[in-house]
Design a protein around this ligand. Structure first.
Ligand code: PBG
Length: 335
């Protein structure tokens, strides 16, 4: 060894020398109990359909969904977020299927609450699975934009239907103004004061949602609007505006706040964590999942290590809970 020696009092590497010391100094942990598995639901009883741009993810019929949720519950995953993929024949310009009292997602909620009551069920409130144009609300052709207040009226109705079906948490993902307050009021007026609201508060107009739109078939039908959601989702460069949205959702009665996507917005997660005492969720979206898979397939990244590091970083930034397509795999690794 060279004899050169610095005269240092502080040597941070001392605590990294062995696995035991590193364990003592570890600051961030992530458990299955912090994870929420998003799941796609389809009609029928048949086999699961693989989603091409999301390797390892499937569209599940209700019987398969029940099986999957039993497995997730056994792994210690406390919650799932359901996304229905509808046949194009039930989609319409105004997405009226969203308030059909027997629509796919409501049947899925009822089946899950009956068969796997220990898992918490979360459902999105937004019209994109139901509209031919793929937007999250009612399209106003004259304005070439979503109609805010009429959309909120439909979302509130969807919330009450989901609550009646037994959902634990409704998650408005539409970014309309005033929707959290309106949903809280509609739930309370219908004796669903126990149904919680997870608000997609800082949801950015992100290109990382691409594979999800494939999974739902909501991009293909976008037509001339080409799914430009910038009049409602946040500008990726806007940090102060994100904090304004979060503050409004908290005032309007959200129980859980969310930042989405997660990995590219770690600074926002950290700032929201410091601004509020409410539980904070982050959504590691489809594109974040797909990019790790794609690079791993090429042999350029280590799938498991990148998966774990991406989740840990989101947690370190301040998320209490993480919605991630990796949830099940991560929980399996811990067993
Ligand atoms: C729709 C919704 C989207 C996601 C969750 N809910 C897509 C969008 O806003 O276009 C994206 C999730 C993902 O990419 O994993 N309201």
């Amino acid at each position: 060894m060279p004899s050169y020696q610095l005269d240092l009092t502080r040597r941070p590497r001392r605590m990294r020398r062995t696995a035991a010391l590193r364990s003592l100094a570890n600051e961030t942990t992530l458990e299955a109990g912090n994870l929420i598995q998003p799941l796609f639901v389809i009609e029928g009883e048949g086999a699961s359909e693989p989603i091409k741009s999301m390797p390892g993810q499937f569209r599940l019929s209700i019987p398969k969904l029940i099986e999957e949720c039993k497995a997730l519950a056994d792994l210690g995953i406390p919650a799932v977020a359901l996304f229905p993929k509808l046949d194009s024949k039930v989609k319409s310009d105004d997405g009226r299927e969203a308030t059909n009292p027997d629509t796919l997602v409501l049947r899925a909620i009822r089946a899950l609450k009956k068969e796997v009551p220990q898992i918490a069920v979360i459902t999105d409130l937004a019209l994109d699975p139901y509209t031919t144009h793929g937007h999250d609300g009612l399209w106003d052709t004259a304005a070439q934009d979503l109609a805010n207040d009429p959309t909120v009226e439909v979302l509130a109705e969807m919330a009450v239907l989901a609550a009646e079906a037994g959902v634990d948490i409704v998650a408005p993902s539409d970014m309309m103004d005033g929707r959290v307050g309106a949903i809280r009021e509609a739930l309370d007026d219908n004796n669903h004061e126990k149904t919680a609201i997870m608000a997609y508060s800082a949801k950015f107009a992100s290109a990382f949602y691409g594979p999800f739109r494939d999974a739902l078939g909501s991009a293909a039908s976008a037509g001339t609007h080409a799914l430009d959601k910038r009049t409602y989702q946040l500008n990726p460069g806007n940090r102060r505006e994100a904090l304004t949205e979060v503050a409004l959702d908290e005032e309007e009665g959200a129980d859980i706040l969310m930042v989405k996507p997660a990995g590219p917005y770690l600074d926002i997660i950290r700032e929201v964590r410091e601004e509020t005492d409410l539980p904070l969720a982050a959504y590691q979206v489809s594109g974040e999942y797909a990019q790790i898979h794609a690079a791993a397939e090429k042999g350029w990244l280590d799938l498991e290590k990148c998966r774990d590091e991406s989740l840990l970083a989101i947690r370190r930034a301040g998320a209490d809970m993480i919605l991630s397509y990796f949830a099940k795999e991560y929980a399996l690794r811990l067993t």
